[in-house]
Structure formats: C-alpha cells, structure tokens
Design a protein around this ligand. Structure first.
Ligand code: FE
Ligand code: CA
Length: 531
C-alpha cells in the first residue's frame, strides 16, 4: 500500500484551473499530444512530497533508441506492479530525472521533470538531448521520496565517424513460464554497447501447469491484462539488470499481441478483424508504456509506428523492422508446404508498401559498411521436413516469396554493402547464407542471416539430436542448434563476428553458459566462415 495522501491527489485532479487538472484533461482528450506534454512538467502533484511505503520503481529503469546526441530514458511507477493501476491512484505524478557523466552521479550534465500520466500506466519516456556523441552516461529517476536504481546508457558515434568496433547482443522469445533469464545474467557480464530485442518480449497465454514459473490464469485481452503481463515479466531481476546495462532497440513479433497474427487477421479464424484490432490496440499501448521508445511510437488506436533506423557511425546501419503489423495473412492456414503460386502472389506483403519503400530508400542512402535488418522471421528458405517433400514455413519469409525474392534481388542489384539479417522467433540458433533463391546454390550469396535462439521459450530441449541431415538438405544453413541463449556480435570495418551463446538448462538457476559456435563474415566477401 502507498501512504501518501490520496484525497489530496484526487483534490488536485479535481481543482478547476489547477495545473494537474489541466494535465489530466489534456491527457484524456489528446492522447497523441502526450509525448509533447510529458517532456516537461505540466503540473502533476506539484512540489508536495509524496511518500511511498513500497518502491514505485519496482519495474526498474531502461534506456533505448540512442542517437549521437541523445537517448530515451524509461521507467514506470508501480508500487504494486501486479494489481490493476500498479497500486497508484489515477492521477499524474511528477518524476524528476538526471543524467551524469559518472557512475557516482557527481557530474550531472542534464536534469529535468517529467509527468507519469495514469493514461499511460504512469510510464515515463524522457527524450534526453544535448549529450556528447559516443560516450557512456548514467541516469536515475526520483518520485516523491523514492529514488530509482541507476541505469547505464550511451550515445552513438556521430553519423560521419568510423568507429573501430561495435559490440552488441540480440535476444528474443522470453517465455516467463518455461525458463529463467540466465542468458541476461550472462549478457550483463559482457562488454556491450547495445542490446537488440527482436520480439516475443511477453507471451499472451494463460497459465500452463508443469513449468518453472506461472502466468496469470487468463490469456491477455484487455489493456490491464497486457500491462500486468509486462509488469510480471519486468519484475525479473535479470531482465531489469540487462535493461540497465546499456541502451536497447526493441521490436515486436507476434506474441506481444497474439500467436501468429497477421495485420488485422487473427490466427484463430473465428476471431473477426474488429476484435483482433481492439486487442491489438490494447497490446500496442501496453508495449509502448513498457518500452524505452520515442514519442513517434505513441500508438493511435491499433496503429503504432515501430520501424525505425539507427547508425553506429559509418560502421553499421540498423533498420529495425516490423514484420507483423502490416503483413498479409499467411497462405495455406500457416501450414508449412511447397512454395506455391499463392506464396509467390506479388500482391502479398510482409512489410507493407510504406515500410518497404522506407527500407529501400534507407538502404540506397546508407553509407555504412554493414547494413543490418533487425527483424523477426527467418529469411533463409529452409525445408524443415526434407524427408516428406517441400515443407517451407508460411509464417516466415518463404511464405511471402515474392517480396522476399524482390528484397534479396534489391540487395544484390543495388549492391547494398554487406547486408546482415538478424532474426528471432523460432527458438533456435541458425547461421544462414542467403541467396535470391536459396535452392540454387550455384548463384551468388547475397546476405548473411543470424537467427538467435530464445532466451527461455521452449525450456530445456528434450532431444537435441543431430542436425547433419538438415544441413545436408539445406545448403544455405551452416549452423543450427535448438538450445536456449542469445547471440553476441563484434563488428569492425573489416569483419563481423557472431557468437552463438547457449545456456545449459534454463529450468535451473545458475546454469552454465557457453559459446556453442562462432562465425565470421569478412567485409566485401559474402559468406560464413567458421571462427
Ligand atoms: Fe517466440
Ligand atoms: Ca514468434
């Protein structure tokens, strides 16, 4: 319970002409202008000091979407994170923040006030500007008498700079019930500039017996359901530590809304488009509230702009894609199968026209050594059931065969330098060499794809078996493994190295972590080399 004066807060919210009332009304009537308001204090609870009997920063802090001059700082006030409203009254609360050059927070270089509005679950998104390029900072928040933990963050190098090195990790698929977040515990012991999360940050399902942890009983549907689900996931100390380790770039896959949804079409065909869009609006809002995203990503109903780009100097350009919101429905009811005319229908899309146009013009304008697509579903054409004929996934890029072919052709014909594709989704590690048609091994390799396995989804695999036959039937695949873990990348102007990191058993705390395989791509020379 919280001990501050609820009557006072409610009175402030009711007071005609008071700053907090104006804020309240402004939030209620103009959701789209929220980030503008939220950047500066617009009132809230004023200078009166709130006293919390439970830590309002129970969900930790995070930073994300850095540029060479700034970064987004995030937190969400929730003294009781698993109850509706997070244990706070429906009133805006003032939050102050500061950014320092040193870990002791002695040399503060930026500070300010923000408002945690109840309409956005008391989340705070501060877009800090005026920082120096390519350097580390520390930050923290204050609300009333409570102070948050410190987070570490950094800016990116200037766009024209050529950094010697970038180290980052990418993660996906962190089902809370099926495993512990040991992979994040390992990640925070590494020197990393950035972390990318490629989706399935939460899972929407209700409680299933026999797992190491528990979801709530019901599947997520309402805004409050999704908020509570994020709060449950974010209560994990290892995940919180990873968010304070360095800035993140996040994007979603399907489970942030519902399994295998495609645009406005639910996987369950009994659910109509309107119901799916209503659910999507709830899910997208809770996603925005829970992530260190910029104001341009504030959702409007069921629509949210998530695709965006970032440059680590001229070393690497990252196009962070959204392969769920705009896609056509999967063919053949998502059942794997041959690449039919329907899969090759040029009217079907994974990215949507707008995102595709933005991606292509970004790739043409890029002067980066490495051009990275950070996205969700596998690009390589992998036949998983080679013994039974042609079994390509219709949820992945091969199911959107025309757009996939055009994209790889575009990379090839426009000579986009060193394309690298980062993928999540399928709870397994893969290193793939991507061609216009992966079945034609006498054609040139155009891009490299690294698919990172799940942090925890799937739990401890029962039978890891041998993958030599899979590799023999799919020459585009150079490495495959179904353990849990993540991928660490070290990028220089000369070479890209990816290490496939694996956790021995995510169902046991403190399990061993090791590098299972490592591959290098030389700049200017497509193709994987075992390192
Ligand atoms: Fe997943
Ligand atoms: Ca997925």
């Amino acid at each position: 319970m919280i001990s501050f004066d609820l009557d006072l807060l409610h009175k402030l919210a009711r007071e005609e002409g008071s700053a907090s009332r104006r804020t309240f009304l402004a939030y209620a009537s103009a959701l789209s202008s929220l980030p503008v308001l939220a950047r500066q204090a617009q009132g809230g609870t004023g200078t009166r000091t709130l006293s919390f009997s439970k830590d309002p920063f129970s969900l930790g802090v995070a930073s994300g979407d850095p540029t060479s001059s700034g970064v987004v700082l995030w937190t969400r006030l929730a003294p009781d994170p698993l109850v509706p409203g997070g244990g706070l009254p429906p009133t805006a609360i003032d939050v102050s923040w500061e950014v320092a050059e040193d870990e002791a927070m002695a040399k503060v270089v930026r500070r300010g006030q923000a408002v945690a509005p109840p309409q956005l679950a008391h989340s705070v998104h501060v877009e800090v500007e005026g920082l120096e390029p390519d350097r580390w900072y520390w930050y923290r928040f204050r609300a009333g008498d409570a102070e948050s933990r410190k987070g570490r963050t950094r800016t990116l190098p200037r766009p024209a700079d050529q950094p010697d090195q970038l180290r980052f990790a990418f993660a996906s698929c962190q089902h809370y019930e099926t495993g512990l977040y040991t992979a994040y515990d390992h990640m925070v012991k590494q020197e990393l500039d950035l972390i990318f999360h490629l989706g399935d940050y939460i899972y929407e399902g209700g409680k299933k017996p026999g797992n190491v942890r528990e979801h709530p009983e019901a599947e997520t549907e309402s805004l409050e359901d999704y908020r509570t689900r994020y709060a449950l996931y974010k209560s994990d100390p290892m995940l919180q530590a990873a968010h304070t380790h360095c800035p993140w770039f996040v994007t979603w896959d399907d489970h942030e809304v519902a399994n295998n949804y495609a645009g406005s079409v639910a996987s369950n065909k009994k659910v109509d488009a309107l119901s799916l869009l209503a659910r999507r609006a709830n899910a997208y809002q809770a996603y925005y509230e829970s992530m260190p995203l910029r104001g341009r990503s504030v959702p409007t109903g069921p629509d949210m702009r998530l695709y965006r780009k970032a440059s680590f100097g001229r070393l690497a350009e990252f196009l962070v894609l959204d392969t769920r919101q705009y896609r056509s429905d999967q063919v053949n009811n998502e059942k794997p199968g041959p690449l039919t005319d329907e899969a090759f229908d040029p009217n079907r899309t994974m990215l949507g026209l707008r995102q595709k146009g933005w991606m292509e013009s970004s790739l043409l304008r890029s002067n980066a050594t490495w051009n990275v697509l950070a996205q969700q579903v596998m690009m390589a054409m992998v036949n998983r059931r080679f013994d039974k004929g042609e079994f390509y996934s219709m949820d992945q890029w091969p199911g959107y065969a025309a757009e996939r072919r055009n994209l790889v052709k575009f990379l090839e014909e426009r000579r986009v330098p060193n394309p690298v594709i980062l993928t999540g989704d399928i709870h397994s590690h893969w290193a793939n060499e991507v061609r216009v048609d992966d079945r034609k091994t006498d054609t040139p390799i155009v891009a490299t794809e690294f698919v990172g396995t799940s942090i925890s989804s799937g739990g401890k695999p029962k039978n890891t078996g041998s993958h030599s036959e899979l590799l023999a039937h799919n020459p585009c695949v150079r490495f495959h493994s179904i353990e849990r873990g993540y991928v660490q990348c070290t990028v220089s102007p000369k070479a890209w190295q990816s290490r496939f990191i694996e956790v021995e058993d995510v169902t046991r705390p403190g399990s061993a972590v090791e590098t299972r395989a490592s591959f290098v791509v030389e700049a200017g020379r497509p193709g994987l080399q075992q390192a």
